[in-house]
Design a binder for this molecule. Sequence first.
Ligand SMILES: *Cc1c(COP(=O)(O)O)cnc(C)c1O
Length: 379
Amino acid sequence: MKSRLFTPGPTPVPETVMLRMASPIIHHRHPEFRAVMERVNRNLQYVFQTSRPVLTLACSGTGAMEAAFVSCFSPGETVIAVNGGKFGERWVQMPRAFGLNSVEIRIPWGHAVSAEQVLDTLHTHPGAKAVVLTQSETSTGTATDIQTIARAVREHSDALVCVDGITSVGAHELRFDEWGIDLCVTGSQKGLMIPPGLAFVALSDRAIERMERSTLPKFYFDLQRYLRAHASADSPWTPAVSLILGLDEALEMIRAEGIEAVWSRHRRLALGLRAGFRALGIRLFSESPSYAVTPVWIPEGVDWTAFNRALKTGNGITVAGGQGDFAGKIFRVSHLGYYDDLDMVTVIAAIERALASVGYSFPSGSGVAATQRALLGIT
Ligand SMILES: *Cc1c(COP(=O)(O)O)cnc(C)c1O
């Protein structure tokens, strides 16, 4: 049986990327690697839609966020962080670990924060140095309108607009420069279609200026060092050479497809899958659904453990369960990265099989048919 991964990180890796990663190691200070790095840096700017530097770090997404915090802020400063799920919660906790004061905007899971809520909080904390937002909250499959909120924050304060783009970069429209984002982070194992181990930070001029005044302790994760090295397509420490070769391949694929086409493919897949779930009588979890991952309520009477076992051992399909209070209540199907129409038909077919095997009743094939029709645009 084939194994098929439908989790929102790690995500499947294309064969060409795997082959490239299997090529012999080259030395990172050699011109051959420098040429790769130059292309990678340019293509990352394209993916983030920015003319500013996008730095590559050897860590997961959380590490890149930590690097950004320790490089831009100083003890005692206030940051506002939106907590609408597992990852938002992390961005409330992390600044506290570094002696920053974090102000939490708590949002019910499955809902998105509004510009008004952010502005109200900025109003009561006018000295806040940053607002931290998650464009696609992976635990809840919820998308936040970064464009509108970034504009509002910029009009009313000097706070940096910091975006966790870990499951949105490469899935949702994101225009770093045009939208006035100051800092945006992503990880390799999500929309960029390579294995875990790399993370990326895009920085505005305002964020770079803040670094000069930041007094938090840092060494390995000092982004000023990365910036200086970036100017000559270099890195301060030994980079993860094999992953970067894979990244080069993956970014060339994104370039060839076109970033707008990549965003619209994610939208089409998300809408196709949602149509299938609806036809099966399965309710969507989020009020503001993300195009990266679709969480749904587990139907009444269906046991998550038995259903998940049927998916995995009976069909070779790995999906993600619910997190926190929603463990056992929802499950999440990812379509982030290397997926196409037939992957959606496959996963909804497998979900039908697993549901049938645990006694959930529905007209057989109704989910598959609805997904097909939505993907093909048949009304
Ligand atoms: C996966 C994820 C993270 C955490 O990234 P790691 O690479 O596991 O450190 C943070 N935010 C979001 C939205 C994610 O999906």
